[in-house]
Design a binder for this molecule. Structure first.
Ligand code: PMP
Length: 445
């Protein structure tokens, strides 16, 4: 019975989607001839096929079929200012005719670096790279060089990009990783104090750093403070991945939770919200290891496109638009969105998890998910989430992570929050009979 009902829902939702997006469907046919799977990366793929986007403006995305979506993904949270912010584009246009790239030091990087150093109390110096993945990798290198130790501890299942070491514990872990990818890693559950204490005690002689992701914490718990104390008591560095959580405050999750790291990885928004970017920074005594002024043999760091002038210009312009007023406003809207989602679950008497801080929200039908990519839920719950995400797309709400990750952007106001909450309520209402039949454990009566 529930299989039939699933089939009916699937057909109904996917048929509507196909009706709305025939050009995207055709484009996949063309793209897949030259691009593996037709998409630029796995995270842009969803069943039955993804939407192909043509342009963005403010908080809207325009696809090749002429649909206009309210963008809640915002380039996987990078586009804090929304799309093609005029000041960011103007800065890029000014920079581009002068220089696209050069194997040389350039002038404006110090302005970009100064903004990060001024805003992050724990960051005295930075270096730039081209992705959050690379930034995390260089924090590992810095931590190993500084401590002369080898291992890094990481929250099991927390996303930190795609260097080999941070993948084996992920739901997305795949073929092709080296067999020894996990050899220098320790994967832990940071909410299990006994477990991390024991792992730290057992490994402290060779544990260089504990890596944390800003988005895994909340104001209601003290795990972060505890982890930092545990690290420092044992001569271990704390690395904070602020690639996503940077938007929590001008000084990122570190300011938001008032816990300073030794090393920080940056990415996403610091490059204007759509350009390839990363940065890593920290205390002077650690970062000086990269300095040819201070070391005969500095820690090696290179990268052809690191801090290219267009990204630097976009980054400076974007960071200058990120004001305390903007963050306070978006954080308040984020709170309203979470309240709206919680009320929607309550009203529909469906079990749902709503978490997140600031302008970043995670939600799931079923078990609460800290990490939106967590795939530990039963298959039926996952399929319901997929239909939920697709049904929201049918209502022009763009949430490619199956509706589980929501990042607000500057152009959004209470109107967009109201529209979103209504769309979520409507979708839960539509899906309720299926949820009741297929997963009665998720009905709250
Ligand atoms: N760390 C975190 C916390 C991230 O969310 C991401 C990207 N989603 C990364 C690292 C990797 O960044 P990039 O995709 O730029 O390599």
């Amino acid at each position: 019975m529930s299989a039939e009902l699933f089939e009916r829902y699937r057909d109904e939702i996917e048929d509507k989607y196909r009706e709305m997006t025939p050009k995207s469907r055709a484009m996949l046919g063309t793209a897949k001839q030259y691009v593996a799977g037709g998409v630029t990366r796995e995270t842009c793929w969803w069943k039955p096929y993804p939407v192909f986007v043509e342009r963005g403006e403010g908080c809207y995305l325009y696809d090749i079929d002429g649909n206009v979506f309210l963008d809640h993904n915002n380039c996987f949270t990078a586009a804090l200012l929304g799309h093609v912010h005029p000041k960011v584009v103007a800065a890029m246009n000014e920079a581009a005719p002068k220089l696209l790239g050069a194997g040389a030091a350039t002038e404006s990087i110090h302005q970009w670096a100064k903004i990060l150093c001024d805003r992050f109390q724990s960051v005295d110096k930075v270096r730039f790279c081209c992705s959050g993945t690379e930034a995390v990798m260089f924090t590992f290198r810095a931590a190993r060089a500084y401590t002369n130790k080898n291992k890094i501890m990481k929250q099991r299942g927390s996303y930190h990009g795609t260097i080999n070491e941070v993948e084996p514990d992920m739901p997305t872990s795949s073929k092709g990783l080296p067999k020894n990818a996990a050899a220098d890693m320790i994967y832990a559950d940071y909410t299990n104090i006994e477990e991390i204490e024991k792992l730290v005690q057992d490994n402290k002689e060779d544990l260089a750093a504990i890596l944390v992701n800003g988005i895994w914490f909340s104001k209601e718990n003290d795990y972060l403070k505890f982890i930092k104390e545990l690290a420092h008591e044992n001569n271990i560095l704390l690395i904070m991945d602020e690639v996503m959580s940077f938007r929590y405050a001008l000084g990122g999750a570190q300011e938001y939770f008032n816990v300073m790291a030794d090393l920080t990885a940056f990415g996403k928004f610091i490059g204007g919200g759509g350009l390839a970017v990363g940065a890593f920074g920290g205390r002077d005594d650690i970062m000086s290891l990269f300095s040819p002024l201070e070391q005969d043999e500095p820690v090696h760091h290179s990268g052809t496109f690191s801090a290219n002038p267009v990204t630097v210009a976009a980054g400076i312009a974007a960071l200058n638009e990120m004001t305390p007023e903007l963050i306070a406003r978006l954080n308040a809207l984020g709170g309203e969105l979470r309240t709206g989602f919680k009320e929607a679950f309550q009203e529909m008497e469906i079990q749902g998890g709503v978490s997140g801080e600031s302008s970043l929200t995670m939600m799931r039908i079923g078990a609460p998910a800290i990490d939106p990519r967590r795939a530990s839920a039963p298959e039926t719950h996952q399929e319901i989430m997929r239909l939920f995400g697709l049904s929201l797309l049918n209502k022009t709400m763009f949430t490619p992570a199956s509706g589980s990750l929501w990042a607000l952007s500057e152009p959004m106001t209470e109107n967009e929050i109201d529209q979103t909450v209504s769309a979520v309520k409507e979708t839960l209402d539509e899906l309720r009979p299926l949820i009741k039949e297929a997963t009665p454990e998720l009905i709250l009566t």
